[in-house]
Design a protein around this ligand. Structure first.
Ligand SMILES: NC(=O)c1ccc[n+]([C@@H]2O[C@H](COP(=O)([O-])OP(=O)(O)OC[C@H]3O[C@@H](n4cnc5c(N)ncnc54)[C@H](OP(=O)(O)O)[C@@H]3O)[C@@H](O)[C@H]2O)c1
Length: 450
């Protein structure tokens, strides 16, 4: 893979052994370098100080100059490579210090982009961490300690936007986020929601709208132990916020979003409650979710709406057709896209034989029928040339496509497997041109897969 490879630090073994070892055993570094090579179409040089035949002596001064010369994306790769090598005791800590103290800032800034939420000064990462799968409910349960460490890994990778909701596991996802951000609150843009509530009782006519039922693990439109109601009366929002703050173990929410809309409550009443919470400092920004263009307008008429969160993926273009995306552009409202990987379908990692757990809703969803997965994979294969040109995986291309549609776009990714994080974060680095998106459309028209 590498035509020239020089490694930072003083090796304790022969350089060739280390390169072999690295190539076979450290795919994370190899991926970083491969990504950089293909994306920038340049070679990645990692300077070496060692004794093997391929090594080159590097003084600290030369090392500093070399790193400066390589430019910001390489700082990150160097630091990551050096960190791994340090862990393996292959590189001197003194050299590590030079790299980290001079370039740790660039690591964060270059690896991820941050955009303001609406007209606020809140800067949120363009890749957001979605906690719907981590809540376990509908997704076959959750390993709590793995969930907490996955969120923490995402924060360390530069993802500061964390999206959650009381709905996800009836508070479970918020509790896990609360555990994960303890001691890290200032590094996080915490987005949660209100207005979709679990109830064991039927509610009287005119109080909220019944959304669906659940037995606590899977959804149903007919019956279940719990009813999920959409309800946005001011007093309910206020008490929901108190519950969220308790579960999240914080005293403010960065972005509070109305999860689903409630035809039994005027939007101006809902917005008045949200504006009051903002005045009190309990929330810093206001967002909606799952709105029509008319509802979005009503929010804007009643106060300052900073964002909306909507279903948007290469396959699902509803927001382009219903005018919501255009309205966001006109009004400078941030857009948080959800389900942009189609819950795994647009990642190229599912196949017609993929098995889902008994309590994973995807096992029963027609969207995940084997023949549909096969059709989508065949269509995704047509993107190979454009993926190779940018050095992208299928998931990265799908996320980059969404991010390139609008300058105030953020894309939320559900990730239980921590290995997804580095891969998805890199999608933020590759803006696609309008021409490239047109080419994609000509290769794969979503209408062909239904
Ligand atoms: N406002 C709303 O009504 C609403 C509705 C739905 C979702 N949301 C928000 O949006 C977030 C994202 O949507 P989502 O979670 O429904 O779906 P999603 O992000 O489209 O898909 C999540 C699934 O994709 C898999 N995945 C992620 N990155 C991958 C990669 N690089 N390679 C292979 N598989 C990958 C994950 O697998 P693993 O689990 O195995 O890691 C997970 O199963 C939610 O978590 C939630 O915060 C909001």
């Amino acid at each position: 893979m590498f035509s020239e490879l020089l490694v930072v630090g003083r090796f304790q073994h022969d350089i060739q052994d280390n390169i072999n070892f690295w190539g076979k055993q450290l795919p994370a570094i190899a991926t970083d370098i491969f990504h950089y090579e293909t994306y920038k179409a340049r070679r990645c040089f990692v300077p070496v100080h060692g004794t093997g035949k391929n090594c080159r002596a590097v003084t600290p001064q030369l090392l500093k100059r070399r790193v400066a010369h390589l430019g910001p994306p390489c700082h990150m790769i160097l630091c990551r490579a050096a960190l791994f090598l340090n862990l393996l005791n292959m590189v001197q800590v003194a050299t590590m210090d030079i790299l980290l103290c001079n370039h740790s800032q660039e690591i964060t800034e270059t690896h991820m982009q941050y955009r303001n939420i609406g007209t606020t000064d809140i800067k949120a990462s363009v890749i957001g961490f979605g906690t719907f799968p981590l809540g376990g409910w509908l997704w076959g349960g959750v390993d709590e300690s793995a969930a907490v460490s996955t969120i923490q890994k995402a924060i360390d990778a530069g993802i500061n936007l964390i999206d959650t909701a009381p709905l996800y596991g009836n508070g479970k996802a918020e509790e896990l986020v609360g555990k994960a951000i303890a001691g890290r609150r200032d590094r996080v843009v915490l987005a949660t929601k209100c207005g979709s509530l679990w109830s064991t009782e039927d509610w009287p006519e005119g109080k909220g709208q019944l959304f669906f039922y659940t037995d606590g693990e899977l959804p149903s439109f007919e019956s279940g132990k719990y009813r999920i109601y959409n309800y946005l009366r001011p007093e309910s929002i206020v008490s929901e916020v108190e519950e969220s703050l308790r579960r999240l173990k914080t005293d403010y929410i960065d972005l509070l979003q109305t999860h689903q809309q409630d035809a039994t409550t005027p939007i101006e009443d809902t917005m008045a409650a949200l504006e009051k919470l903002r005045d009190q400092g309990k929330i810093r920004a206001i967002g909606s979710s799952n709105v029509s263009r008319d509802q979005l307008q009503q929010y804007c008429d009643a106060g300052v709406l900073d964002s909306t969160q909507e279903y948007y993926s290469y396959l699902n273009r509803t927001v382009e057709q219903n005018g919501v995306l255009d309205a966001c552009t006109e009004k400078k409202i941030s857009f948080l896209a959800y389900t942009s990987l189609e819950q795994g379908l647009l990642t190229g990692t599912l196949d017609p034989n993929s098995q889902f757990g008994e309590k994973d809703f995807r096992k029963y969803a027609p969207n995940f029928a084997p023949d549909r997965i096969a059709k989508i994979n065949a269509a995704l294969a047509k993107f190979q040339p454009i993926r190779e040109q940018h050095g992208l995986t299928v998931s990265q291309l799908m996320l980059a496509w969404v991010l390139s549609r609008y300058e105030r776009m953020h894309v939320l990714c559900g990730m239980r497997n921590p290995n997804r994080i580095d891969e998805n974060v890199r999608a933020a680095e590759v803006p696609l041109t309008a021409e490239e998106m047109e080419t994609m459309q000509s290769l794969f028209d979503p209408a062909t897969v239904g």
